[in-house]
Design a protein around this ligand. Structure first.
Ligand code: ATP
Ligand code: MG
Length: 378
């Protein structure tokens, strides 16, 4: 796929800016805090409707403006699409595809596919489990947009179940006189939420397991090639609820059994401790956890292998090369890793690269790339 252009109106530090992309590779160069990452963030938003940097739309809109807009034209094997996203400080969004506002946001997902790679991605190895869950979830949303709906449903069930558990705990602490009566109604309500948690949770965990299964061999191959075949990478999915057979009924059964086991703990803590919001994904290199034992270089190699695997997996599944967004990462890679990355990209993936200086680039690359310089949001 090829992104032909993008227009930013009152987005971050851009007032009104049009960018035409004229080559397979675009290098966006500028000093710190000029708007390089903001431009990539706009593309990320069109791709996943999420930004990995913020959660509130208010921060995405130009200071003092009420609405912001991102508009882009994309060519895919099946034709061209015009994508538009309107952001409001109230948080209400409008997504528009080919000038038609869409009622369901999931119809907007999966049209512009992109893999983003930034220096923050080292957190994938070093950070909390939540970072790894987000990584898998974001990938899944691109591969099967309906997953965003599934995840939303799960989170809703989780919130409501947590509210009930908190309420039960509060009441038990207060030790009210009518404890028996409220207790039985709490139990029947909780049972209802248990089943919903098992149903939506099993959908989440089964999909996560499947995507990790698929990305594992791709990441292992890249990792072996980058590390010169000296290291073995293993990616393990450690679901909070263990299950053996990928069958909806059996997985739900496993959920209900674990919920039963942890019933007392949940009521004492006043929160849900069973479910995919507590999943972990573990990376090991030569059988030791990369998070605690990996050197900086090993961790970087691992992240690079994961990103290249993501790129290949997306390409395999959607049937055409996604975009690659490299935010400030080239300078952090040594010559060997840079070469591996550049070789993998070749001219197949439209690639946008941000950098503060051009001198770390291969001269051949500079010659064949479009170079955009950014200053103060222009
Ligand atoms: P670096 O090289 O440090 O990564 P960058 O060029 O990638 O820099 P960006 O993150 O793209 O920088 O842009 C940051 C700039 O955008 C900052 O100057 C910041 O103050 C400004 N900015 C961020 N959000 C808004 C907003 N909502 N309104 C106006 N300006 C904003
Ligand atoms: Mg930046």
């Amino acid at each position: 796929m090829y992104l032909k252009n993008i227009h930013l109106y009152s987005f971050r530090n851009y007032t009104d800016q049009t960018v035409q992309f004229k080559a397979q590779k675009t290098i966006i160069v500028g000093n710190n805090a000029q708007g390089k990452s903001n431009l990539l963030e706009a593309i990320e938003l069109l791709s996943t409707l999420k930004s990995h940097r913020v959660s509130r739309d208010r921060e995405l809109i130009l200071e003092d403006a009420q609405t912001g807009q991102i508009l882009a034209n994309l060519t895919r094997s099946y034709g061209t699409s015009e994508l538009a996203l309107i952001l409001r400080s109230s948080g209400r969004r409008t997504v528009i595809l080919n000038q038609e506002p869409l009622r369901r946001h999931i119809d907007f997902l999966g049209i512009l596919n992109a893999v983003q790679f930034s220096s923050l991605d080292l957190e994938l190895v070093r950070g909390a489990p939540e970072v790894r869950r987000n990584w898998v979830d974001t990938l899944l949303i691109q591969l099967e947009p309906v997953y965003s709906h599934i995840l939303q449903q799960y989170n809703q069930v989780l919130r409501q179940r947590n509210a009930l558990l908190k309420e039960i705990r509060k009441r038990e602490l207060a030790n009210q006189n009518d404890k028996t009566e409220s207790f039985s109604s709490d139990v029947s309500q909780l049972n209802l939420w248990d089943h919903q948690l098992a149903e939506t949770g099993s959908r989440v965990t089964r999909r996560r397991a499947r995507v990790i299964e698929r990305i594992r061999s791709l990441a292992q191959a890249w990792h072996s090639s980058i590390s010169g075949k000296t290291e073995i990478l293993q990616i393990k999915y450690l679901p909070n609820v263990n299950w053996i057979e990928d069958d909806p009924i059996q997985v739900q059964q496993a959920f209900l059994e674990k919920i039963e086991q942890r019933r007392l703990a949940e009521q004492q803590l006043g929160t849900t401790v069973v479910g995919p919001h507590r999943d972990e994904i573990e990376f090991t290199i030569n059988h030791t956890p990369a998070k605690s034992y990996g050197s900086q270089g090993q961790q970087r190699t691992l992240v690079l292998a994961l990103k290249l695997a993501e790129l290949k997996l997306l390409e395999e599944i959607i049937g055409e090369p996604p975009l690659l967004l490299l935010d400030d990462v080239l300078a952090e890679l040594d010559a060997n890793r840079q070469n591996q990355l550049l070789e993998a990209i070749q001219d197949r993936f439209q690639t946008l690269i941000t950098t503060t200086h051009l001198n770390s680039f291969d001269p051949q690359w500079l010659k064949s790339s479009q170079i955009l310089s950014v200053e103060k949001g222009q």
